[in-house]
Design a protein around this ligand. Structure first.
Ligand SMILES: NC(=O)c1ccc[n+]([C@@H]2O[C@H](COP(=O)([O-])OP(=O)(O)OC[C@H]3O[C@@H](n4cnc5c(N)ncnc54)[C@H](OP(=O)(O)O)[C@@H]3O)[C@@H](O)[C@H]2O)c1
Length: 289
């Protein structure tokens, strides 16, 4: 990656044990950044460090963002370092189920991780940023952070809430060198949907097709890093589905109509029909020969 100056930048990534976070950690480590990698699964973090090109430049900091004590311990460690440039709030869990199916416990769990966990960590980091006079937050939101998605009410609410919180934080510190980037990934091929909670609180258990066929975590990480290097306020990442955001911006009701009609599935069915017709024609040609 050319022109991405992350050399010796200290970047703290939450949710670095898998998916997008692990890919960002690996790529930033390759670019010479000093990466602090956090998540709950320590064994995954150890494997990440073991596989990265500059293991001495990666600090593993196991962390559960829903646990105040865990945040307190992590902050003490980070304060002992030589400054902190960027925090990537990437840790998150998803959810799948209609509003009427979701037990309240599921709504609370999603908010506890995606919203309150991120807020608690931000509050703990802010004194450090104010003391050093600068700092950046990359907030991994989602398309669901700017539009409602059927079957994802709790997830969408938690991501929408992050926008409100960080926009207010930015407004409170207009004069400081506080930079905030909202990151909006589309369908990225990670375990997020498999681990997503169903209405009864149990994990969904398999990666949804739209995500399995989506952009790779590596490509997504690359786009996010490029956006952060350019200090972009909004980083939209994905394949064809990014069109949906533009449509929703122009006409929210048209956006919802499209999302309700399962556009990715419709497009896949259309493509496979074309494929079948094409193969059928080829078979006819071969039969004639
Ligand atoms: N994949 C997509 O299509 C997509 C689209 C839009 C937005 N996103 C967002 O991208 C972010 C990363 O997701 P992903 O797709 O890469 O899925 P993922 O592989 O499941 O990553 C989620 C990460 O969050 C961590 N995490 C969850 N709960 C945590 C907690 N209480 N404390 C600390 N870490 C916690 C997980 O680590 P541990 O389990 O080890 O703690 C894991 O590393 C999420 O915020 C997600 O909402 C993903």
């Amino acid at each position: 990656m050319k022109n991405l100056d992350f050399k010796d930048k200290v970047v703290w990534i939450t949710g670095a044990s898998s998916g997008i976070g692990a890919s960002i950690a690996m790529q930033l480590n390759t670019l010479g950044a000093k990466v602090i990698a956090s998540a709950r699964r320590e064994e995954k973090l150890i494997a990440l460090k073991f596989n990265c090109p500059n293991p001495d430049n990666m600090l593993l900091l196991p962390l559960d963002i829903t646990n105040p004590l865990s945040i307190e311990k992590a902050i003490v460690k980070v304060q002992s370092l030589n400054g902190l440039d960027i925090v990537l709030h990437n840790a998150g869990i998803s959810q799948k189920g209609l509003v009427i199916e979701n037990e309240m416990e599921v709504d609370r769990k999603i908010m506890e991780t995606n919203y309150f966990g991120t807020v608690a960590l931000t509050k703990a980091i802010m004194p450090l940023y104010l003391k050093q006079g600068h700092g950046s937050f990359g907030v991994v939101s989602s398309f669901a952070g700017v539009m409602g998605i059927p079957g994802r009410s709790a997830y969408a609410a938690s991501k929408h809430a992050l926008h409100g919180f960080f926009e207010s934080l930015k407004a409170e510190h207009m004069a400081c060198k506080l930079h905030i980037s909202f990151i909006l990934p589309g369908f990225i091929n990670t375990e997020i949907t498999a681990k997503g909670l169903c209405g009864d609180g149990k994990p969904f258990g398999r990666v949804e097709t739209s995500h399995r066929l989506g952009m790779t975590a590596n490509a997504c990480a690359h786009a996010i890093i490029k956006g952060i290097a350019k200090n972009k306020k909004r980083i939209v990442v994905g394949n064809i589905e990014v069109l949906l955001l533009s449509i929703h911006r122009i006409s929210p009701s048209l956006g919802h109509l499209i999302i309700k009609s399962h556009p990715m599935r419709t497009m896949r069915n259309f493509k496979s029909k074309i494929h079948r017709i094409f193969n059928f024609k080829q078979d006819l040609v071969l039969e004639k020969q």
